[in-house]
Design a protein around this ligand. Structure first.
Ligand code: ZN
Ligand code: FE
Length: 254
């Protein structure tokens, strides 16, 4: 039986630990201390580190973890992460034999130029590309790239469990409501999310079905999203990439 547990780091990062009560793999350990605490408490042996992109809040704990556990470090082929041992790109696979669990690698540039996702067994670890009801900022990519990356993720099965790198859901819902005030799924999600956050419970994982129903960045062909994006820019938009670009810059200033 696989368990996937969020370890909190910094203000709103989630470091996802995959374990079977014996072995553990860790996704995006930005900080080693809370991961080491968790592994000790649960008596787990670390067997792999998986990184989605090079930002320090996702890789900053690699070196310290390696001092305790000399494990393989998987990560994006096209980014510079000093501790990487396995450089991954789209079409590659990662086999974690201890569980057993295998992931397909997807290239999802946009937040960073070489950002990758891990997808397997209905689980998606997508770092800072897709968030619940939102998406990452475009630090190194174009709207065209990010839109294509999000579309690639949206093509995964509805039941895909979406494990994101940050707890941003409630703020993302506030923005999504401004874009799509007529989306009743958003109002339902807001009620549930608010209850979870009041009890300090993570709102993740999401599912791809939920994201397709509520995430404005996956809904750039919906009439209300097109209309809101057009109103924001003050010009009439039609193609989904332009709609995406408009709501992404709107969110940056929201
Ligand atoms: Zn990042
Ligand atoms: Fe991050």
């Amino acid at each position: 039986m696989l368990h996937i547990v969020p370890v909190r780091a910094f203000t709103d990062n989630y470091i996802w630990v995959i374990h079977n009560h014996c072995h553990a793999a860790v996704v995006d350990p930005g900080d080693a201390a809370p991961v080491l605490d968790f592994l000790r408490r649960e008596n787990l042996q670390l067997v792999a580190i998986l990184n989605t992109h090079h930002h320090n809040d996702h890789v900053g704990g690699n070196a310290r973890l390696l001092q305790e556990f000399p494990v393989p470090v998987y990560g994006p082929a096209h980014e510079s992460i000093p501790t990487l041992t396995h450089r991954l790109k789209e079409g590659d696979h990662v086999q974690l034999t201890e569980f057993p669990l295998s992931f397909d690698i997807l290239d999802i540039p946009g937040h960073t130029a070489g950002h990758i996702a891990y997808y397997g067994a209905n689980l998606l670890f997508c770092g800072d590309t897709l968030f619940a009801c939102g998406c990452g900022r475009l630090f190194e990519g174009t709207p065209q790239q990010m839109y294509a990356s999000l579309q690639k993720l949206a093509a995964l099965p509805n039941e895909t469990q979406v494990y994101c790198g940050h707890e941003y859901t409630l703020a993302n819902i506030h923005f999504a409501k401004a874009v799509e005030p007529g989306n009743s799924a958003l109002l339902e999600l807001e009620v549930v999310t608010r209850e979870l956050r009041e009890q300090d419970i993570p709102t993740l994982p999401s599912t791809m079905m939920r994201e397709k129903a509520t995430n404005p960045f996956l809904r750039c062909k919906q009439l209300e999203v097109i209309q809101s994006a057009s109103d924001y820019l003050g010009e009439s938009l039609s193609d989904p990439v332009s709609v995406f670009a408009a709501i992404r810059s709107w969110k940056n200033n929201f």
